[in-house]
Design a protein around this ligand. Structure first.
Ligand code: R5P
Length: 294
């Protein structure tokens, strides 16, 4: 088995190779002067299983493109199986045609991967209207969750805490983690007016005054969702407000937005490499890839 990365998740890829005692080979990914993608494997792939470790950030579009080119090239070069480990799988939020004429990006992304890779392993993909990844993927998929790692982190680092999920979909993370560590949790109701304008409301209030509030969500993108939840928590007398995201994208000054809204600590997993990474998801992937190595 050979492990490579196409640039986005190098640290995880190298750690996995070391722990699995298999070769890590850097793939050259660059572009020609006109912008066309240039990609070159630097190892012999004949009859080998190739694991591509690549989160879809930064630049979800280029990340996807790199994966498609790499997987197809690997097959041409004789790889017997191409496994994509995408700790963060982008495009999952566009899971219906919200407005006439829109592209359902998740379906197209899945179609391209179905045609190019043999298996997909991912962590906490944004499953909302789909029941499972099987709704869009025909290749074998494995969906892992960082919930227990996050729960352990909270247990070690916080006291007198309560957990808030900033919207209905976040129950999968917020409520599950809260149950695991036996603390109170509530999920807010979010109304999204646009990509950059959301409103959240607490429907099932829980005592917040003087508590250390932890807002847990799968994705922190622009930060608007968590910022709105943080403002509510502050208004209700929270002692401190922290934000934990599985996937920290922090686009459009997301970090500053959160700090302005009164978030004291921002914590993410290393599904996407970022200075806020405090929770290492490598053990989840390791367990899964060990099965592939047999
Ligand atoms: C969507 O429902 C997700 O779970 C996140 O709440 C959302 O993607 C966060 O986006 P933003 O940070 O841009 O508000």
């Amino acid at each position: 088995m050979i492990i490579t990365s196409l640039g986005n998740s190098k640290d995880i890829a190298k750690k996995l190779a070391k722990k699995l005692k298999c070769k890590y080979s850097e793939t050259t990914v660059s572009s020609f002067p006109d912008g066309d993608l240039y990609l070159k494997f630097n190892t012999n792939l004949k009859k080998k299983k190739l694991v591509i470790v690549q989160s879809f950030q930064p630049h979800s579009d280029m990340s996807l493109f790199d994966i498609i080119f790499a997987a197809n090239t690997a097959k041409e070069l004789g790889a017997k199986k191409v496994i994509l480990v995408a700790p963060y799988l982008a495009y999952m939020r566009q899971d219906k045609r919200f407005n006439t004429g829109e592209c359902i990006s998740s379906r197209i992304m899945a179609k391209l991967l179905n045609e190019s890779v043999d298996k997909l392993i991912t962590i906490d993909p944004h499953i909302h209207r789909y029941k499972s990844l099987k709704d869009i993927f025909t290749i074998p998929t494995k969906m892992l969750t960082a919930n227990l790692l996050i729960a352990d982190y909270i247990q070690k680092k916080f006291k007198n805490e309560i957990i808030i999920g900033p919207d209905g979909e976040s129950y999968q993370w917020a409520e599950c983690i809260a149950k695991h560590i036996h603390v109170d949790a509530t999920v807010l109701k979010k109304t999204r007016f646009s990509s950059r304008h959301v409103h959240v409301k607490m429907i099932n209030p829980i005592p917040i005054k003087d508590k250390n509030v932890i807002i847990v969500d799968d994705i922190i993108s622009t930060g608007h969702t968590i910022a709105e939840a943080a403002k509510q928590a502050r208004k209700m007398g929270a002692k401190s407000v922290s934000a934990i995201g599985v996937h920290g994208l922090f686009v459009e000054n997301g970090m500053e937005k959160l700090k302005k809204a009164g978030v004291n600590k921002i914590i993410t997993t290393n599904c996407i490499e970022h200075p806020t990474n405090k929770i290492d998801i490598t053990p989840l992937l390791l367990a899964e890839l060990k099965k592939e190595k047999k």
